[in-house]
Design a protein around this ligand. Structure first.
Ligand code: URA
Length: 299
């Protein structure tokens, strides 16, 4: 398979994944294109066809992968869903391709032999690569390692609730970690460990590349390790949270990690995190209802 065909394929997969993460479940494909997709790859012809062809207005054919959108005249960028509370522009093919290429490199990374030996999956990141809002956590836990997706365990479910409380969904934001592999815990059957400084230094360039491509307007650093990785600050998260920081010109809001919230269920702590999120919503110009302003305040 030629390199350019491979890149095109990666970009197509990335584009479909981005659509899927926005809730799109079907794409329109003409019977002709569907037949072409079923044929063995004839690289030269396939490259030309895929680059030149536009999806026509022919009736949609439901594919087995179960992804469908109403018929469109051309491969126009997917518009932001009308009920989104922040404007999300659609990715350029170049950006999608660059992101897909980065993903391939990260998935194949073997820089930390101990983590390579213990990991089930590399956890690259998930969400909308054009989102103005990026969440950065520490490292995958057991659930994330098993599923290859960040923040899907108990802490992740809480993060998803926090995101929903803003009026957004996981598919509207991007979620990544400082470390892409689960820190190994030799001799232990359960539990997590903090990434070592060496592991963070090795993995961080990937996150920097993700951020450079996504270009979020705001970053939320979840917990002390995320702050340490992004800002090099080891000041306690209790002191830093709620206070805007700068990451290479991008406003960064440090807040507590959702796992901390699970351990500390006090209304006051929940309110602290919510106030940090309100600051982010304000910075992004998101509408905030009276009800939202008052979440976690005593009645
Ligand atoms: N905690 C993190 O910091 N990241 C995850 O992906 C899951 C839990």
């Amino acid at each position: 398979m030629s390199e350019s065909y491979r890149q095109l394929l990666d970009a197509t997969i990335q584009h479909l994944e981005a659509m899927k993460s926005r809730g799109v479940r079907h794409v329109a494909v003409t019977p002709e294109n569907l037949r072409a997709l079923a044929l063995p790859v004839r690289i030269k012809n396939a490259e030309c066809r895929m680059q030149n062809e536009k999806i026509s207005a022919a009736p949609p054919v439901k594919m087995e992968s179960d992804i469908s959108v109403p018929p469109k005249k051309s491969v126009a960028p997917t518009p932001a869903a009308p009920n989104l509370k922040i404007e999300i522009k659609s990715s350029s093919p170049e950006k999608s391709a660059a992101f897909a290429a980065l993903r391939e490199r990260v998935l194949a990374c073997v820089k930390c032999p101990n983590l390579v030996a213990s990991r089930k999956n590399v956890v690259f990141g998930v969400g909308n690569i054009d989102s103005p809002l990026l969440f950065v956590g520490e490292a995958p836990g057991a659930d994330e390692d098993a599923q290859g997706e960040p923040f899907v365990g108990a802490a992740g479910q809480l993060l998803t609730k926090i995101i929903s409380a803003t009026g957004l969904s996981r598919a509207d934001v991007y979620i990544a970690n400082i470390l892409k592999c689960r820190p190994d815990t030799p001799g232990q059957t359960a539990g997590n460990r903090k990434p070592t400084p060496a592991e963070m230094a090795t993995c961080l360039p990937y996150l920097h590349e993700q951020i450079d491509l996504i270009k979020p307007r705001v970053i939320i650093a979840l917990g002390a390790t995320a702050v340490e990785g992004l800002l090099g600050k080891t000041v306690g998260i209790t002191k830093l949270r709620g206070n805007w920081q700068m990451y290479r010109g991008t406003p960064l809001m440090p807040t507590y990690h959702p796992a901390y919230l699970l351990r500390n269920q006090s209304l006051a702590t929940k309110r602290e995190v919510w106030e940090d999120i309100l600051q982010v919503m304000e910075k992004l110009g998101m509408p905030i209802s009276e009800k939202q302003r008052n979440f976690f305040l005593k009645a």
